[in-house]
Design a protein around this ligand. Structure first.
Ligand code: E4P
Length: 220
């Protein structure tokens, strides 16, 4: 399973990368706005900075919604760095653009996926990744994890190469359940990654080991 961080915050990316477990980064326009990056040049520069921090795929999202606009923006993003994956929304022109990018050898992440039918379209068009949003489905009392399960089953049934990237992750159980189902990638906020470390028995056990060591080595 690949582990991506879902942020545009360079400090958070650096912190996660230092754990040595990071395989990539996903961003979106909201995450870029959250870190105060605006204006075309600043946005493009920021993507390059992210690519320089992580040796892995970095999803950069287009904001155009028409075929020509998506192609123009996507080609520009793809030229920034070999690690860039063009993130394209699940809309008819987006699917058309994903097919175009596939034929040009440009990798894509089909975002804003909320149904198995949409995931089929993304795979048929040749998306590199499909991003089903677990948390946002859970937020409206719909089982986000069930969608991950459906997509993994469908892609396995037909041998689609598109990788299932579990997105909109809110907590560590989303990560664990995605891994159990067999999602190829999980993209998580730093808080969810860090929460994976925690177990009270680890803390209690470490405290005891260190206390016993100190008792046996009073001079240390
Ligand atoms: C990542 O690719 C998605 O844009 C992101 O996970 C959405 O997460 P949110 O629902 O927490 O905004």
């Amino acid at each position: 399973m690949k582990f991506f961080i879902d942020t545009a915050n360079l400090d958070e990316i650096r912190e996660a990368a230092e754990f040595g477990i990071l395989d990539g980064v996903t961003t979106n326009p909201s995450l870029m706005a959250k870190v105060g990056v605006s204006g075309k040049k600043n946005i493009l520069d920021h993507y390059v900075k992210i690519c320089e921090l992580v040796d892995g795929d970095v999803s950069a999202e287009v904001v155009a919604t028409d075929f020509k606009g998506i192609i123009k923006e996507g080609e520009e993003l793809a030229e920034l760095h070999p690690n860039i994956v063009v993130k394209v929304p699940m809309i008819p022109d987006g699917v058309k653009a994903i097919k175009y990018f596939y034929e040009k050898g440009i990798r894509t992440n089909c975002t804003l996926v909320f149904s198995a039918g949409q995931a089929i379209l993304a795979a048929k068009a040749g998306a590199t990744y499909v991003s089903p949003f677990i948390g946002r489905l859970d937020d409206i009392s719909t089982d986000g994890m069930a969608l991950i399960e459906q997509i993994v089953t469908i892609y396995n049934n037909y041998g689609f190469d598109t990788q299932v990237l579990a997105a909109s992750v809110r907590h560590p159980m989303h990560i664990i359940q995605s891994a159990l189902i067999g999602a190829d990638v999980v993209t998580c906020p730093l808080s969810a990654i860090k929460a994976l470390f925690n177990h009270p028995l680890t803390d209690i056990g470490l405290e005891k080991f260190l206390a016993d060591y100190k008792k046996a080595n009073p001079e240390a």
